[in-house]
Design a protein around this ligand. Structure first.
Ligand code: CU
Length: 752
């Protein structure tokens, strides 16, 4: 098994040398150990039963979620152990999941069923930043071939993160009153926080409150990665150590109130959510978040009928987001030092409606039909602050609109106990528009006028199609294979940001690479054609051992990559020198090009047996590999992970659970030349985690990066966390955002 996969990987023009150590590692394992859901932190060896999960889904289990909360306040980190998933670095609570080499808006990410949209030119408020990890009840990932009923407006995976389902009193119990309180401390960055949840329920009614707060100072890398000194030349007292990652601090508060009513066949749930982030600083963006206020309203209905199940949802979310320079970035600008920073504001409003029916046509056939509507409005404006940033308000995006209407149908048939098929079709219509814009002053007029003179209305008719089959020849194996055709329309920043002025471009960056970007009104939707298969071998119970192998191949037409911008005008940063620069920060325009991604995930687990004195031991692991190429230019795709692996050894003895985890990442040498992406060295990290559970108290503790190993995560981005970050060349190019040095983490949860 092990040698077979390694042989295959060698053939695929994979980096032979870098694969070898991993193959050696795999060979050393009793089995190529793969958790079905690869929840490496978890102690449970059980694989989720196929029947429990919908076709194509993997889930993080409850134990993994619980132990993940102690080590991070970033909800995206709860996905870390699922096969094929890695995380793009951003702020401390807002990293961006990447699945099979596709990330950000290329994935459909839903929080409590809501399709939230990032309203920020740096995507500082991605969907998962709106739910605190302590409130997460379930995490589900559809990688590979995503059924159309859960896909749409995306070309990669679907991620569904949900709060816990409402709890009701058991029959005859009368009233249910329960709750949970937790607190944590993390030594690196002095991170701390607390959370509280309380439920009051009868048999028909359930009321639940969730509240949480988390904060952290800057974290420290394992060693110096820059010279120690003041955060900026005019901030002499704000001293940063050589190992201190500037602009990595944050503070966040979340509240949620859920009210549910049920009868035998019907459930109605209403949820109000409130988020207040006073600050979240960004080591890989030139700006910091100085505020993010969000209000969410989410109403859902679920009903059981003779013909099947009906689900409906209506939601509204409003985000008020502001940016400026935080404490580690220079604030005063201009020759006289009297220009106070750069205020940037956004307001996004999302309103959605979803209806879905699961119709049991026969014992063999299930039909899923649904319709979705989403209206999105965005304003993005920069108030005048002086110098060249005056006297007018700069309208980056004004009256931006992106409205989407979808219908879909999906037919699932269980032909025999061995064979299942699923075919789906989704039609989607996306309408985008932008109002007239303006710059700070007349210097911006030429481009603003050209932008305003054009018809900016865009209308995309998109079709998604998936076909999938699953063959289960025995209790020891199942094979799934399928094809997906998926489409994503450009977001408003890709389509409508308009200024090629250097400063304005440096404010538009969805990649964390320190470069400047400008939109492209002529962008077409990107369409992906994916072939994917999964072989799943396991013991008959699915609890002793399992191995899962998923190879995939995706061709993307009109992939929205970037090219060096060319332009004219005294303001423009799109100079001839920018066209050819092989070092330094550069200026780019979003552009449709063709791309190919291929790779595999290999995961597994095995029970190592039990002794009376030492308890039960289990081993699990996952290996992920992806290779992304721009077929138009021959360049490499930005931000793809090099070959990486995790292995975890778990001990369970009574109420004690302990895990030792090894994370290995090979060197990143395939970098995007057009973005002057930085290569990173390979590394290995060891993490230890343990938990002890009494009846009402649970203690989680861990040591992340046990040996205090210095590393740069391949998706950490470029370090622009301190200094004169608004200026083009005042921040040194070539510094990466390093990963966190050793941290001792402690979490306590009390149930009542
Ligand atoms: Cu922002």
């Amino acid at each position: 098994m092990t040698s077979h996969i390694c042989t295959r990987a060698h053939h695929g023009r994979a980096p032979t040398l870098s694969l070898r150590p991993l193959c050696a590692l795999l060979a050393a394992l009793p089995f190529a150990a793969l958790a079905q859901d690869a929840a490496l932190q978890t102690i449970t060896v059980k694989a989720p039963k196929a029947a429990v999960q919908p076709v194509g889904a993997a889930a993080a289990d409850a134990e993994a979620l619980q132990s993940g909360r102690a080590s991070s306040s970033d909800t995206a980190s709860l996905l870390r152990n699922l096969p094929g998933v890695s995380l793009f670095g951003a702020g401390g609570v807002s990293s961006l999941p990447s699945v099979h080499g596709l990330s950000d808006d290329r994935l459909r990410i839903q929080v409590d069923g809501m399709d939230l949209v990032s309203s920020c030119g740096n995507h500082m408020n991605p969907p998962l930043s709106y739910i605190d990890p302590t409130r997460v009840g379930s995490v589900r990932l559809f990688a590979g071939v995503t059924p159309v009923s859960v896909g749409g407006d995306s070309i990669g995976a679907t991620i569904q993160v949900d709060s816990p389902a409402p709890e009701f009193a058991a029959p005859g119990q009368g009233r249910l009153l329960k709750g949970q309180a937790g607190t944590f401390y993390r030594s690196n960055g002095n991170g701390m926080g607390a959370n509280l949840s309380a439920t009051y329920a009868t048999e028909q009614m359930s009321l639940r409150y969730d509240g949480s707060t988390a904060q952290s100072d800057n974290y420290k890398a394992a060693r110096n990665f820059k010279a120690a000194g003041p955060a900026a030349s005019n901030k002499p007292t704000q001293w940063l150590g050589g190992d201190e990652v500037g602009s990595s601090s944050y503070k966040t508060r979340n509240h949620s109130l859920a009210y549910a009513l049920r009868s035998d066949e019907h459930l109605v749930e209403m949820r109000l959510g409130l988020q207040d982030i006073p600050y979240q600083n960004y080591p890989n963006q030139r700006m910091d978040m100085t505020g993010n206020d969000s209000h969410q309203f989410n109403l859902r209905y679920q009903g059981q009928y003779a013909w099947g199940q009906l689900q409906a949802r209506a939601y509204h979310e409003k985000t008020r987001h502001s940016m400026n320079f935080g404490e580690d970035k220079q604030f005063w600008y201009g020759p006289a030092g009297n220009v106070p920073g750069m205020p940037m504001d956004t307001e996004g409003k999302t309103t959605g409606l979803q209806v879905k029916g699961d119709i049991a046509l026969s014992a063999r056939d299930t039909l899923r039909v649904g319709a979705e509507l989403q209206n999105y409005r965005l304003d993005d404006w920069w108030l005048p602050s002086g110098g060249g940033m005056a006297p007018n308000t700069f309208w980056n995006i004004r009256e931006g609109q992106r409205d989407r209407a979808d219908v879909y149908g999906e037919w699932e048939a269980r032909w025999t106990p061995q064979w299942l098929s699923q075919i789906g079709l989704r039609g989607s219509h996306v309408r985008s528009n932008s109002g007239a814009v303006q710059g700070y002053n007349a210097n911006y007029n030429m481009e603003a006028n050209a932008f305003n003179a054009r018809d900016r209305k865009r209308s995309d008719s998109n079709v998604d199609m998936t076909a999938l089959a699953r063959y289960t020849p025995s209790a020891n194996a199942s094979y799934e294979f399928g094809f997906a055709h998926k489409t994503r329309s450009p977001n408003l920043y890709e389509r409508y940001t308009w200024s090629t002025g250097g400063m304005a471009m440096r404010m538009i960056n969805l990649a964390g690479d320190g470069n400047g970007y400008v939109g492209n009104m002529d962008l077409k939707p990107e369409t992906a054609n994916t072939l994917s298969a999964t072989a799943d071998w396991h013991d008959a119970t699915g609890e002793q051992w399992g191995v899962k192998f998923t190879p995939y191949l995706t061709y993307v037409n009109n992939y929205i990559d970037a090219r060096r911008c060319s332009g004219s005008g005294a303001m423009s940063a799109c100079t001839p020198a920018n066209q050819t620069a092989t070092t330094g920060f550069v200026y780019l325009q979003f552009a449709n090009q063709d791309a190919r991604l291929h790779g595999f995930d290999l995961s597994g687990f095995t029970d190592l047996g039990r002794t009376a004195n030492w308890g039960q031991f289990a081993l699990s692991g996952v290996v992920s590999y992806v290779h992304g190429t721009n077929r138009t230019t021959g360049d490499k795709l930005y931000g793809t992970m090099p070959l990486n692996a995790r292995a975890a050894l778990t001990q369970r003895l009574g109420a004690w659970t302990g895990t030792a985890e090894l994370v290995m990442v090979t060197a990143k040498t395939r970098v995007s030349a057009v973005r002057n992406e930085l290569p990173t060295a390979g590394y290995g990290l060891v993490n230890l985690r343990g938990s002890y559970e009494w009846k009402q108290v649970r203690l989680d503790f861990g040591i992340d990066n046990l040996f205090d190993r210095f590393y740069n995560h391949p998706q950490g981005g470029a370090y622009v966390g301190q200094g004169q970050t608004m200026a083009g060349t005042a921040v040194p190019w070539g510094v990466r955002v390093p990963g966190m040095g050793r941290s001792f983490n402690l979490g306590v949860t009390v149930k009542f």
